[in-house]
Design a protein around this ligand. Structure first.
Ligand code: SAH
Length: 342
């Protein structure tokens, strides 16, 4: 199969071009066509010689996923069902918010982490996405947005990004490289269920990004019920790892907390959460549980949500209540399952 250019860092492209007997500066020209002009056809790269264009066409591709279906929510959130070259299906979501446009991307086909409350978990795990399958979601979103700017990227779609560590890290390097997508590290968030060894590894790479951790309960026994990963990587160890991560990286960690009725928003839950977060410089992002068919959970009432959030306000950390977006089209957090609606 021809190599996908969206898989390559500029240095690697230079290396390939030198092997083809081409000059180094051609790499910059090609990257400019791709990332500034959004050209995905080598024959349109008119600043290159005809021979080089043919050579590139034979060696490379700039494949992006096919849009199998697209649904737009009443709030403007757009969910895409995408097909990859091997016919695997993934989803990505574009969430507009004033001048901001956030793209939620997938890192795996399915997921292996089996969180009890999540729709993607029910699919099981098929495979990791390649680097280009991650970067090409961003490329596609930029084309889809047209005149509007893509401002933020969150790895909160299907999959556990840190279980696909190498490809995700390389994709982020490409997203941040100034000759490629040129995204500021502040605008890229990786959300994890808490894969401790990979969080430590990430801290040591020096790669800048925002880390979000799906906590969902600060009580070990409850978290184990919701998130089996917690049996392998318990809360106490997770906290130590995150404190160390925070020392090595410039941005505060965000904790995500899905509020589930009669499960994790009671008095003992509040107490445990305040204790767990009290001495970490972090942000807390709470979101209500979005309905997933066949799952035995319920969304709390507005009063219960208010009560829980106000009990969190004693924290010195910033507490935000993230409004669920795209609920009507099953595009909200945890609802991505490549089936419903489409
Ligand atoms: N595997 C990663 C990223 C994907 S899930 C992780 O666990 O962080 C992205 C976010 O959606 C997580 O914070 C998760 O807790 C949340 N989520 C999953 N199912 C949900 C649901 N039904 N309602 C609301 N949020 C959900």
């Amino acid at each position: 199969m021809r190599k996908n250019v969206l898989d390559l860092l500029p240095d690697e492209l230079v290396q390939h071009l030198l092997e083809l007997g081409e000059k180094e500066y051609r790499a910059k020209q090609i990257l400019n066509w791709i990332y500034s002009k959004h050209t995905i056809d080598f024959s349109e790269m008119t600043s290159l010689s005809e021979t080089l264009r043919v050579k590139l066409q034979e060696t490379y591709q700039i494949g992006i996923p096919k849009i199998l279906n697209k649904v737009v929510s009443v709030d403007g959130t757009t969910k895409y069902l995408l097909t990859l070259q091997d016919e695997s299906k993934i989803e990505m979501v574009i969430i507009p918010n004033g001048k901001k446009n956030t793209l939620c991307i997938s890192s795996q086909v399915g997921c292996a982490r089996q969180c009890e409350f999540c729709a993607t978990a029910k699919l099981g795990f098929t495979r990791n996405l390649d680097t280009y399958e991650i970067t090409s979601q961003v490329f596609l979103a930029i084309i889809e947005l047209g005149e509007e700017k893509l401002t933020n990227i969150v790895f909160m779609g299907m999959g556990e990004p840190l279980d696909n560590y190498e490809n995700v890290v390389k994709a982020i390097r490409i997203l941040q490289h100034d000759l490629c997508f040129n995204f500021s590290p502040r605008r890229i968030t990786v959300s994890t269920s808490g894969v401790i060894p990979q969080i430590s590894k990430l801290a040591d790479t020096g790669l800048k990004l925002k880390l979000a951790v799906s906590l969902n309960s600060a009580i070990q026994s409850k978290r184990e019920l919701l998130m089996p990963i917690s049996k392998v990587y318990p809360l106490t160890e997770l906290k130590k790892t995150l404190i160390d991560f925070r020392k090595k990286t410039p941005y505060r960690i965000t904790f995500e907390y899905v509020m589930i009725k009669d499960f994790n928003i009671g008095r003992e839950d509040v107490k445990a959460l305040l204790k767990y977060l009290g001495d970490i410089s972090c942000k807390l992002n709470v979101i209500k549980w979005n309905k997933v068919e066949d799952l035995p959970y319920e969304t709390p009432s507005a009063i219960e949500i208010d009560k829980f959030i106000s009990s969190m306000n004693v924290l010195s950390s910033a507490v935000t209540f993230r409004k669920s977006r795209g609920i009507d089209i099953d595009a909200a957090c945890g609802q991505l399952a490549t089936k419903n609606i489409f």
